[in-house]
Design a protein around this ligand. Structure first.
Ligand SMILES: [Cu+2]
Length: 311
């Protein structure tokens, strides 16, 4: 094999690899529908699905496309490894030259990963900027108040700490708090905590954000686009009953949401207001999760002296 052909082959290989990666990334990123098909074909590569907000869809597409690009690169690398193993397997007792190198190949090794990182960084930056974007005039503002160990959701008449709460829902040990929100509207979440750091997380939103006590007020916005009932959780280990901090997000049409909010403003409980928009009986309570039984008296480690915390 002459010096010339060994130099042209890596170059051609590099070109093919670059084209393959670029093509796969472009194809999957440009055709939204095919990304979802790819995703569902492979169990969403670990995510619960395409999500329930416009922001979630963007993150989902990025995740699936990145994973496919990684797999394309991975298959190429595995192929080259097996090819080398077979093509250059041991043929005799003579030790091959240990200091040989191939300059074009060395450059390819350096340039290709940098290119891959640059492409991933580019799309990540775009999606992150979009997900973190705040509008000047959100349609709804919800203040999320976390405390040991539950949630309060305040519907606000404006943005910031100075705005007023017009309606509120608070969870208890017996009733899971329900956060009712409309689809198709820009919803601004303003987070604050009464004690320690918690984290607001609705898995189906493919998004979580820490809730800080003190002067830090974390803010983010989503536009929900799928009606349904979704479990929400605290994603920050905040203390003994961290695991009990579940809530439920109920997404409804704009008309139903307005009805719900009007009932709440009129003094109705969350369950009564839920009944007004058609969630009657057991449906007025959370259906995706239920309050945990603390069993503090009967299942303590050091019976019988142990009493419930705080007594
Ligand atoms: Cu918590």
């Amino acid at each position: 094999m002459g010096a010339r052909s060994s130099a042209t082959r890596p170059r051609a290989l590099g070109r093919a690899a670059g084209l393959g990666l670029g093509g796969a990334t472009l194809l999957t990123l440009l055709s939204g529908c095919s990304i979802e098909d790819w995703g569902s074909a492979f169990g969403h590569f670990g995510w619960p699905g395409r999500g329930i907000s416009l922001q979630a869809h963007q993150m989902y597409d990025l995740w699936i496309a990145s994973t496919i690009a990684a797999l394309v690169v991975g298959v190429g690398v595995w192929g080259l490894i097996f090819w080398c193993v077979i093509r250059y397997r041991k043929r005799g007792e003579e030790l091959p030259v240990q200091t040989r190198f191939n300059m074009p190949l060395e450059i390819l090794y350096t340039v290709t990963p940098v290119l891959i990182v640059a492409v991933l960084f580019y799309y990540t930056a775009i999606v992150q900027t979009s997900v973190d974007k705040l509008s000047k005039n959100p349609d709804q503002v919800v203040e999320v108040v976390a405390f040991k160990w539950n949630w309060q959701f305040n519907y606000r008449d404006g943005m910031g700490e100075e705005a007023n709460t017009v309606a509120s829902t608070i969870g208890s040990s017996d009733v899971i708090p329900i956060l009712v929100l409309p689809v198709g509207q820009k919803i601004r979440f303003e987070e604050t905590s009464k004690d320690v750091i918690h984290s607001f997380w609705v898995p189906e939103m493919l998004f979580k954000r820490d809730v800080f006590p003190g002067s830090v007020r974390n803010v983010f916005e989503v536009t929900l686009d799928k009606e349904g009932r979704y479990v929400g959780r605290c994603a920050e280990l905040c203390g003994t009953y961290h695991a009990f901090m579940n809530f439920e997000l109920v997404t409804v049409s704009e008309a139903k949401f307005n009805q719900f909010l009007e009932s709440k403003k009129g003094g109705a409980s969350t369950q009564e207001a839920m009944a007004v928009i058609g969630f009657t009986g057991a449906d007025a309570y959370a259906t995706t999760t239920s309050p945990f039984n603390t069993r503090r008296q009967t299942h303590s480690w050091n019976q019988p002296e142990t009493v419930a915390a705080g007594k």
